[in-house]
Design a protein around this ligand. Structure first.
Ligand SMILES: [Ca+2]
Ligand SMILES: [Ca+2]
Length: 329
């Protein structure tokens, strides 16, 4: 049995790459051990460190993986920051080899899983939820265009959604049609969480589930992240989101497969063996276009549609949704 444990640290703002961990059936590795590769890709023998010990490995890149001798278990580097373990995050053996392909796992009841839908129709500053009662409010001076869209100015505009939309969910899909106008890193397509400034304020994030079109630092790509205190799960795309073009972006968190995925225009661009702990989010600040962190800039661009589904949609579902377009749930 492989215990897949997450990593923590000062991710998000950190520069050091981190690791992931297998423990359990690895020969000579007690359950409390972390397998850490520090020798670059496919190192033959990972070093072992103790859970909780801060580490700043060098020579490790995101996506590097190692297989322990005599074991089917694989460790993968997948984040930034120091290393610590999250207890109780058990998993199946051989997670990497078992990477699932759900291309054919589409189902027909996508609509029944849709719990929040904003189409941004109308005028004024109320964004109506077309599924339930989770109406949202536009703040910062922006207002609905009357053309089924919302423009945010990148200065102070954002959308405030009701509390508690995502933390009760088991699986999750967040899907949006947005046109990003580019600009500085760490903008947010969405950010669900909390910070030390309190509700409706910004500060230092306590919890945060977000999608950024562009990370700061050397990587400079789009990323999905979940921060819980000092812990951070970062899942990177290979490129930033394109700017000046309307696109569908979709994040799924799949507890069954213990995976998080990012899709752009119906195509899967990231498939990470990471289960984001959605239930750990204190989502009192549920925003489009605004970060929990006070130093981050607001999103500049246009929203056409935003949806929350209460399960991880399949690749086929997401492709179908993309082909139908933003106005056809
Ligand atoms: Ca729309
Ligand atoms: Ca709130």
């Amino acid at each position: 049995m492989l215990a897949l444990v997450g990593l923590l640290g000062s991710a998000c703002r950190g520069e050091t790459v981190i690791a992931l961990f297998a423990s359990g059936a690895v020969p000579d590795a007690p359950d409390a051990a972390v397998m850490l590769g520090a020798g670059g890709p496919r190192a033959a023998m990972p070093a072992r460190v103790t859970l909780g010990a801060p580490q700043s490995p060098s020579g490790v890149d995101l996506g590097d993986s190692w297989r322990a001798p005599g074991s089917d278990e694989t460790a993968v580097a997948w984040g930034d920051g120091g290393i610590q373990a999250i207890p109780g995050a058990g998993g199946e053996t051989n997670q990497m080899a078992a990477a699932t392909d759900d291309e054919d796992a589409g189902v027909d009841n996508m609509g029944s899983s849709l719990v929040v839908r904003y189409d941004f129709t109308g005028t004024g500053t109320t964004v109506h939820d077309r599924i339930g009662s989770a109406d949202a409010l536009v703040l910062g001076g922006a207002s609905l265009t009357g053309a089924g869209t919302l423009e945010l100015d990148g200065q102070d505009d954002y959308v405030n959604m009701p509390n508690g939309l995502v933390s009760p969910l088991n699986g999750l899909t967040i899907m949006a049609w947005v046109e990003w106008s580019g600009g500085i890193c760490w903008q947010r397509v969405f950010d669900f969480g909390s910070n030390d400034g309190g509700e409706d304020a910004v500060g230092n994030a306590h919890t945060s589930l977000f999608l950024t079109p562009l990370t700061c630092g050397g990587r400079g790509t789009a990323a999905v992240a979940l921060e819980v205190g000092a812990s951070s799960y970062m899942i990177y795309a290979d490129t930033p989101l394109a700017s000046e073009r309307m696109m569908q972006v979709t994040v799924t968190v799949d507890p069954a497969g213990e995976r998080t995925r990012l899709y752009v225009d119906g195509q899967r661009v990231v498939d990470a063996p990471v289960l984001l702990p959605i239930g750990a989010i204190d989502d009192v600040n549920a925003w489009l276009g605004r970060s929990q962190w006070s130093q981050d800039h607001h999103f500049r661009g246009r929203y056409e549609e935003f949806r929350i589904y209460n399960r991880a949609l399949s690749a086929r579902d997401i492709r179908e949704a993309y082909e139908r377009g933003p106005d056809v749930p």
